[in-house]
Design a binder for this molecule. Structure first.
Ligand code: PGA
Length: 264
């Protein structure tokens, strides 16, 4: 069963996710972490910095792999996901920028960029833990509804819904690129564990479809049900459409100590 944890606020959810990830770094300092962009993981990265300091966890060997990137932006564009991750992940955690691998959205090399990125993941032994957000349309990475559940890193065309959701990062919504390069759902499912975060009522329907709906390309995030080690951490708003909410809370409250990933 997908582990679903519901807490009272986005900050508590981020702190809990930070504990889960740092407990993995403690066991494996050279953890290969799949990192997500968007509003959701920003406080997770901040909490990781705070807790790593508090618990004396060295992040110097961490390696990071982005989920996706826009195609066709100018190199160094402030809207690029590379820039976002340099600002909100690398700088916040004080990491070496060279530890971050992002699929290239450069049009000149786009035909081979997906294979190149897949090879970079494989060459280092695969992603240990993949952080995920979820789009209001159920996408993970930029795998829009209809994406193959076996897909690999490749170019995708963004939906109008996603371009509208991401319009706030651009001076005008029409500037949001039409194309992106994204880890495929098959790529994501090969990570050894998944940690999905979602906050607010706006995500409630997508979360319910992902966790309790049928596994379907119509809701790409539902593919996480196929993963043996997926944890979904939600605030009350994002959890508000879950039918089994009371049961998830009961499971969490009764989680045996020997299964715990809390830091101490
Ligand atoms: P958000 O995006 O974190 O900005 O809500 C999540 C996503 O689209 O995957």
């Amino acid at each position: 069963m997908t582990e679903v944890v519901v807490v009272d606020s986005p900050d508590s959810a981020s702190a809990l996710a930070a504990e889960l990830i740092l407990s993995k770094v403690r066991t494996k300092p050279a953890l290969r972490l799949g990192v997500a962009t968007g509003a959701t993981p920003v406080s997770l990265y901040r909490q990781m910095a705070v807790l790593a300091k508090q618990f004396g966890i060295d992040l110097g060997e961490l390696q990071a792999y982005a989920l996706d990137e826009y195609v066709g932006l100018e190199p160094g564009s402030p809207q690029s996901f590379r820039h976002f991750l340099e600002e909100h992940f690398i700088e916040v955690l004080g990491l070496d920028p060279n530890c971050l691998v992002v699929p290239s959205g450069d049009v000149a090399t786009i035909a081979t960029a997906g294979d190149h990125f897949e090879k970079a993941i494989l060459d280092t032994g695969g992603i240990d833990c993949q952080i995920l957000g979820i789009g209001s349309n159920g996408h993970i990475g930029f795998n829009e509804p209809g994406s193959s559940l076996g897909s690999r890193t490749r170019v995708k065309t963004l939906t109008e819904n996603t371009r509208r959701d991401n319009g706030a990062y651009f001076s005008q919504p029409e500037d949001v690129p039409v194309h992106c390069i994204s880890q495929g759902i098959g790529t994501i499912l090969e990570a050894r564990s998944l940690v999905m975060l979602a906050f607010g009522d706006k995500k409630a329907e997508a979360v319910a479809s992902a966790v309790e709906g049928p596994i379907s390309a119509s809701c790409p995030a539902s593919a996480i049900q196929l993963h043996p080690h997926a944890t979904v951490i939600l605030d009350e708003g994002a959890a508000s459409r879950l039918e089994q909410l009371r049961y998830y809370k009961f499971v969490w409250e009764n989680k045996p100590d020997w299964q715990s990933w809390r830091l101490s």
